[in-house]
Design a protein around this ligand. Structure first.
Ligand SMILES: COc1nc(N)nc2c1ncn2[C@H]1C[C@H](O)[C@@H](COP(=O)(O)OP(=O)(O)OP(=O)(O)O)O1
Length: 195
């Protein structure tokens, strides 16, 4: 197996190489893990994302999620955050894990990634997120805008398409933080979970 195909430190399951980048730099050293969630509604060719109005990742589009609180499971946190941030309930399925490390930070984000094809309730803007539908297709027939990759976390394009295909994955993305506070991808690796 060539170096680029080898899973990075922290990903211990049996994985088949999917994509990677930034191979010329070393992985960042391990840091204590904090647990987070992010959840998406995916219906055929469309995906519900939220514009983050405040806090970490402000100004980016992302799924709905946040910290796993003490005394709740990751799934409970994902369901709670989806309801708090978008006003809806959904039968979320776990599909991925992303380890996210920022150079100079004090923790590794362990992000459990969930998706659902259905939801209940009325999609509602919250003080944290403005929900919007986007098209995952290059040939959209509903008049939806395309997924705004340039306003999302770098490397999201590596795994968002896997949600539509229902393919479980694991990944790691190390970032540097530029002087202006911009997050710059440093090294990343994504693999498909062997079933
Ligand atoms: C590449 O890195 C990331 N990609 C994606 N797609 N999402 C990421 C990445 N790094 C962090 N996130 C997500 C994980 C969480 O959903 C949020 C961060 O959580 P937040 O700080 O908003 O947590 P809350 O509990 O909602 O915060 P409050 O205390 O403000 O309520 O970003």
């Amino acid at each position: 197996m060539s170096d680029d195909q080898k899973p990075p430190p922290g990903l211990d399951e049996k994985l088949s190489y999917h994509t990677s980048g930034g191979l010329e730099v070393e992985w960042l050293p391990p840091l204590p893990i904090k647990y987070y969630t992010v959840a998406h509604i995916v219906q055929n060719d469309k995906i519900l994302l939220g514009y983050k109005k405040r806090g970490f990742g402000q100004g980016k589009y992302n799924g709905f999620g946040g910290k796993v609180e003490p005394n709740e499971s990751s799934l409970q946190a994902a369901i709670r955050e989806l309801e708090e941030e978008a006003g809806i309930k959904a039968p979320l399925k776990h599909i991925g894990v992303l380890l996210f490390i920022v150079n100079g930070a004090d923790k590794t984000f362990h992000i459990d990634i969930y998706y659902a094809e259905e939801f209940e309730g009325t999609i509602t803007e919250s003080d944290e997120m403005k929900p919007e539908w986007f098209s995952l297709s290059t040939n959209d027939k509903d008049g939806l805008p395309p997924v705004p990759w340039d306003k999302m976390w770098d490397t999201d394009h590596c795994w968002i398409p896997l949600l539509r295909e229902g393919k479980p994955f694991r990944g790691r993305a190390d970032f540097d933080k530029g002087e202006s506070g911009v997050f710059i991808p440093r090294r990343w690796w994504y693999g498909l979970l062997d079933e």
